[in-house]
Design a binder for this molecule. Structure first.
Ligand code: SF4
Length: 244
């Protein structure tokens, strides 16, 4: 670190491990060790700027996605706010005393991974395209499909780690804002935000599958709000280098 003053210590601890889309490769020791790109600082900075724009666009899409989700759910007679917060909170807290892998949020994350696979299989079955959507993304949807697939299996292990951390905190009565549990939960929340934004685009693009897509959107939105109940301080966690 001594001869690399631009490196941000620990930035890789709470990132989404998507280095190809990261806007901070020039500040990340982990990336530079793995890619052996230590000497091409300018190239990395240009690469980072491009990726920063990609995520800015994606965060604007999330705002639109949330409006769309509320509208679509209302049209289909689904109330996305129907999570009974009192019951949900006590149940979610009770489950903190059990194995993190058995927690309802972890289980819901696993269900989400399966729903994603089922959606791709259903679209393939319905499609007349020769190549599978799993391996051949249409150019116009490439980025959104990449987002969904990259985070599909990322959310569950992050939630298990965050829940295990929260259980330890309960044991030692330590609820620091800057705890590993909050930081890990924040990364999971961000990946859910981005996945929701991507799914809202697919909802419009695949009208024949809108019921299935809407189920995924509602499921993921509920999981996201449950995580915000279990980790109320997670969004305020400051990730080294990634949050200003
Ligand atoms: S901070 Fe960026 S470059 Fe570093 S490990 Fe995370 S995603 Fe990769």
């Amino acid at each position: 670190m001594g001869d690399k003053p631009d490196l941000i210590p620990g930035i890789y601890n709470y990132c989404d491990r998507w280095c190809e889309r990261c806007a901070y490769t020039s500040c990340c020791l982990q990336f530079q060790i793995e890619s052996e790109e230590t000497s091409s600082g300018d190239a990395l900075q240009n690469f980072d700027a491009l990726n920063a724009r990609f995520w800015e666009d994606m965060s604007e899409a999330l705002v639109q996605a949330m409006c769309l989700l509320r509208e679509m759910a209302a049209q289909h007679g689904i109330d996305p706010e129907d999570l009974d917060k009192e019951t949900a909170f006590s149940e979610l807290q009770e489950n903190l005393h059990r194995n993190a892998r058995e927690h309802p949020c972890a289980a819901a994350a696993l269900v989400y991974s399966g729903m994603v696979n089922e959606w791709f299989v259903a679209v393939d079955e319905f499609s007349e395209a020769e190549e599978s959507l799993l391996t051949n993304y249409p150019r116009s949807l490439d980025e959104h499909l990449q987002v969904i697939r990259h985070y599909q299996y990322f959310i569950y292990p992050k939630l298990v780690r965050a829940l295990e951390g929260r259980m330890d905190e309960l044991f030692i009565a330590d609820h620091e804002l800057q705890s590993d549990a909050n930081g890990t939960a924040k990364v999971a929340l961000i990946t859910m935000d981005r996945s929701l934004a991507a799914w809202s685009v697919l909802y419009a693009e695949y009208p024949a599958h809108e019921d299935t897509t809407l189920s995924i959107l509602v499921h993921l939105d509920r999981l996201r709000r449950s995580i915000e109940v279990v980790f109320p301080a997670a969004r305020a966690f400051i990730r080294p280098g990634l949050d200003s």
